[in-house]
Design a protein around this ligand. Structure first.
Ligand code: A2P
Length: 317
């Protein structure tokens, strides 16, 4: 398995298991089976509302001797309503307690938006703080404190465009080590990837399969299905593998970590075996033709009139 190397030499398996949309009642078995298949990288978040059950699965896997804590990489994320300095470490400790862990391998700021404490899913301007009131660096100082306290080995961000990443990095003592963003064959984000590479920031691809299991409210009526994309279908035929394996292999070939979600052991195995597929230069060029910049997770749900939080602010400013 290809790995990403962090500044202190720590290594991360490039393929991990996503847990967004993995429901309580199914995520326990999903974690246990993924560990047995060989997954050693797990992507979690407070807002996925399943960290307690994931914690049980890890505790049981460690107790059963399936794997040791130090041999798995566990990522989690700070939710938008806990960006104020007094809220960051308590939020992180809640995640650690739910996951039954002493430390996280990686802790990420989930979104650049800041919500007031009582509003997990803000719906209007009054339920948010501006980034003038709660600047990203205020949150980041506490993320750095988590590293100093040994609660997180590495810290980073998600959904940060290059302008926000640059602004934060200029003030940070620990430059973000990871940026987790949506990436798949219809959304390459080459410019952001280049910026991250130049600045020593690793990138993780979320929604690598287009997240077809998003709730109806999060889906556009005319959204494309990556599994039906002609370029992906052609490459799957050529390599005698599945469309999912092409999408995952492509992400790894670009040097990004990738976290396909599956709660189904056969599909977990299928996804894991993507590591055996090598796409040629020609295949990669063909994939380049699929890039239309299409986002499945558009961020319009947190664009509030009377705030800075617009879709344009999120992705471009
Ligand atoms: P399931 O969990 O039942 O396997 P993403 O990682 O982009 O968010 O996509 C996750 C979605 O893709 C889930 O609906 C998941 O279903 C499905 N999925 C995961 N792996 C595969 C695969 N190999 N083939 C088809 N669908 C898959």
């Amino acid at each position: 398995m290809k790995q990403l190397t962090f500044r202190n030499g720590d290594k991360l398996d490039i393929l991990g298991l996503g847990t967004w949309k993995s429901k309580p009642g199914e995520v326990y078995d999903a974690i246990r089976s993924a560990i047995k298949i060989g997954y050693r990288h797990f992507d979690c978040a407070f807002i996925y509302m399943n960290e307690k059950e994931i914690g049980h699965a890890f505790a049981d896997a460690f107790a059963a001797g399936d794997v040791k804590r130090e041999d798995v990489w566990i990522t989690s994320k700070l939710w938008n309503n806990s960006h104020k300095k007094e809220d960051v470490l308590p939020a992180m400790k809640k995640t650690l307690s739910d996951l039954q862990l002493d430390y996280l391998d990686l802790y990420l700021v989930h979104w650049p938006h800041v919500f007031k404490k009582d509003f997990m899913g803000a719906t209007k301007a009054e339920e948010t703080w501006s980034t003038a009131e709660v600047p990203h660096i205020e949150t980041w100082r506490e993320m750095e404190a988590a590293v100093d306290a040994g609660l997180a080995k590495h810290i980073g961000v998600c959904n940060f465009n290059k302008h926000k990443l640059k602004a934060l990095s200029e003030q940070a003592s620990i430059i973000p080590e990871m940026n987790q963003v949506e990436l798949h064959p219809m959304l390459h984000q080459n410019d952001l990837l280049e910026f991250c590479k130049e600045n020593g920031v690793h990138v993780t691809a979320y929604s690598p399969l287009g997240s077809p299991d998003r709730s109806a409210g999060m889906k556009a009526s005319d959204e494309p299905n990556l599994f039906e994309h002609p370029v992906i279908k052609e490459l799957a035929r050529k390599h005698n593998c599945t469309e999912a394996q092409i999408m995952i292999a492509w992400a790894m070939q670009r040097g990004t970590a990738v976290i396909p979600k599956s709660v189904n052991p056969e599909r977990q195995l299928q996804n894991f075996l993507s590591t055996e597929i090598n796409l040629s230069e020609d295949d990669m060029q063909l994939m380049a033709s699929a890039d239309t910049g299409y986002r499945y997770v558009k961020g319009q749900f947190w664009a509030f009139e009377g705030t800075e939080y617009s879709v344009d602010w999120l992705w471009n400013r």
